[in-house]
Write a new protein. Structure first.
Length: 169
């Protein structure tokens, strides 16, 4: 939906908080669990990895939200199925397939490379397996979280920036 740049900025910043946190927690848990970390070192390794991943995912997600028109693509995708914003949850479910996929693919590729290949020294040939090892779980978590949080984040952003939503009826 059309909005002022200031509203879009606030929306992107708000939307990315729970998505970055949830995806990072899932990916960090899977990564540390599969790395063979001893039990006594698991929690410190998990917490430090998750903290770094949350910050990286938040920054990555900001750039995705600001520069990649994932929402526009999602609107077009939902429209290809004859859905309109006035169709409510059905529209949101279909739109979110595209938006979530864009966010998770970009985050997963970057975070997997940094965590597995750079931080753990895994050979690049193992990258596809590392990526697939957490992608689907992160996609599902990201889908649910973004579906639940997108509308409230937009509403908060519009209220903060005094930018009313257009009448879609």
């Amino acid at each position: 939906m059309p909005m002022k740049n200031s509203t879009k900025l606030v929306k992107v910043l708000l939307t990315n908080i729970p998505i970055a946190v949830c995806i990072s927690l899932v990916a960090s848990y899977i990564g540390i669990s599969s790395a063979g970390v001893p039990e006594e070192a698991f929690m410190p390794a998990f917490l430090s990895t998750a903290a770094i991943n949350i910050v990286m995912a938040y920054v990555i997600s900001f750039f995705i939200g600001w520069f990649i028109p994932a929402e526009k693509w999602g609107f077009a995708f939902a429209g290809a199925f004859g859905l309109k914003p006035t169709d409510g949850i059905k529209f949101g479910l279909v739109l979110n397939i595209v938006v979530n996929t864009v966010y998770v693919v970009v985050n997963a590729v970057i975070l997997t490379f940094v965590n597995a290949n750079v931080m753990q020294g895994m050979p690049i040939s193992m990258f596809p397996m590392a990526l697939l090892g957490s992608f689907f779980q992160c996609w599902i978590v990201g889908y649910v979280v973004s579906l639940l949080w997108a509308q409230p984040a937009e509403k908060i952003a519009r209220n903060l920036m005094n930018d009313p939503a257009p009448d879609m009826h």
